[in-house]
Every structure is written in structure tokens, then in C-alpha cells.
Design a protein. Structure first.
Length: 195
């Protein structure tokens, strides 16, 4: 029986397009938008993503997703730290897609990823107090003339008593997610972005 974490799946009906622009303008939520960058299989481009420079755990997760041997690629990410009185927590997200023009057409293909990750958490007696919200959303990759779905995993650790404990929870959360997503194999070669 899981203790501490929540892992759930949701649908977002708002259609989005990729690539999306951004030059660092501040959004309503306080985060900056730097736009989409295709970094699949090119670790040298990781250093050009401002959201990753201050968060080594998020950098490791995005690196794992975009490794040449995975069947997925990242679309966007962000992380934030919060302090409320004497309590601390982290939150953020990572958005990714299967790297297959035909495979992304069916939103149901993301369910096994969610389901198997839930089993992984249970099998490992995962006790970090965190919420994983897997959100599937319709998308069009404009430059590729491909329409389908992406998946964003929103991550929210619970408030804890120290900043050190909040950082530890965040790092453990991104580590297990990175190990899992970094092992999603290439099963289709009708790539959206070549490797």
C-alpha cells in the first residue's frame, strides 16, 4: 500500500502547438517562457535551457528523457522552490512525447507508462511525499505536420520542515522518474525528431 505519494492521470482538453516561442518573458504564474528547443539526442544543447541551469536534478531528468536510446523526447520543463512560514516544498513539471508520428495519435499509448510507473513506485515501497499528475494534452507539431498527444507530469512535493528535506524529496522524485523515463525504448522509427 503506498505511503506518502499520490500518482494520478488526467486529461487536458486545450490544444497546443509546438514549437512555441519565448524569449524569457514572465508569464502570469511568475515563470519565464524560453520557448521550445529540440534537444533529442544532443546533450550539448542542455546548457542552452535556462530552466535547467539552477536545478541539477531536473537537468538529469531531461538528459535521461532525451538520450538517443529512448523512444521519447522532452518538450518543456520548469521547477520552483516554495517557502511558507517554516515549511518548504518543490514543484515543477516535465512535458514529453513519444518520438513517433503515428504513435502519438492515440492518447491511450501514454496509459501504460503511467500504469507501469505506479507499479514501480509500489514495488519500491516509495515513501517520498509527492504528487505525480500525468496530464495528457492534444498537440500539433506545426513544422512536422503531426497531430497527437503529449504528456506532462506535474510534480509537487509536500511541505516539510527543512529546506534540506525538501531538496532531498525533489531529487529523489526526479531520480526515480528519470530512471523510469530514461528506459522507455525506441519501438517506432517514424520519428518526429531524428536522433
Amino acid at each position: 500500500m503506498p505511503t506518502g505519494y499520490r500518482n494520478y492521470l488526467s486529461l487536458k482538453h486545450e490544444h497546443k502547438t509546438i514549437p512555441y516561442g519565448g524569449i524569457g518573458e514572465i508569464r502570469e504564474d511568475g515563470d519565464a517562457n524560453y520557448g521550445f528547443k529540440n534537444i533529442k539526442g544532443n546533450n550539448r544543447l542542455l546548457d542552452t535551457i535556462p530552466e535547467l541551469k539552477s536545478d541539477p536534478a531536473l537537468m538529469a531528468l531531461v538528459r535521461a528523457i532525451n538520450a538517443p536510446n529512448t523512444g521519447i523526447f522532452s518538450i518543456g520543463c520548469v521547477s520552483d522552490r516554495y517557502k511558507d512560514k517554516n515549511q518548504f516544498r518543490h514543484s515543477g513539471y516535465v512535458e514529453f512525447s513519444f518520438n513517433s508520428k503515428l504513435y502519438i495519435a492515440d492518447a491511450g499509448h501514454y496509459f501504460p507508462l503511467f500504469f507501469n510507473f505506479d507499479h514501480l513506485l509500489e514495488k519500491n515501497d516509495y515513501t517520498v511525499k509527492v504528487e505525480f499528475n500525468w496530464s495528457i494534452q492534444p498537440v500539433t507539431f506545426i513544422d512536422k505536420s503531426v497531430t497527437g498527444y503529449t504528456c506532462t507530469i506535474y510534480l509537487n512535493t509536500y511541505f516539510v520542515e527543512s529546506e534540506k528535506a525538501a531538496i532531498k524529496a525533489w531529487e529523489e522524485t526526479l531520480r526515480i522518474l528519470g530512471r523510469y523515463l530514461g528506459n522507455i525504448p525506441i519501438e517506432h522509427t517514424d520519428y518526429i525528431f531524428s536522433i
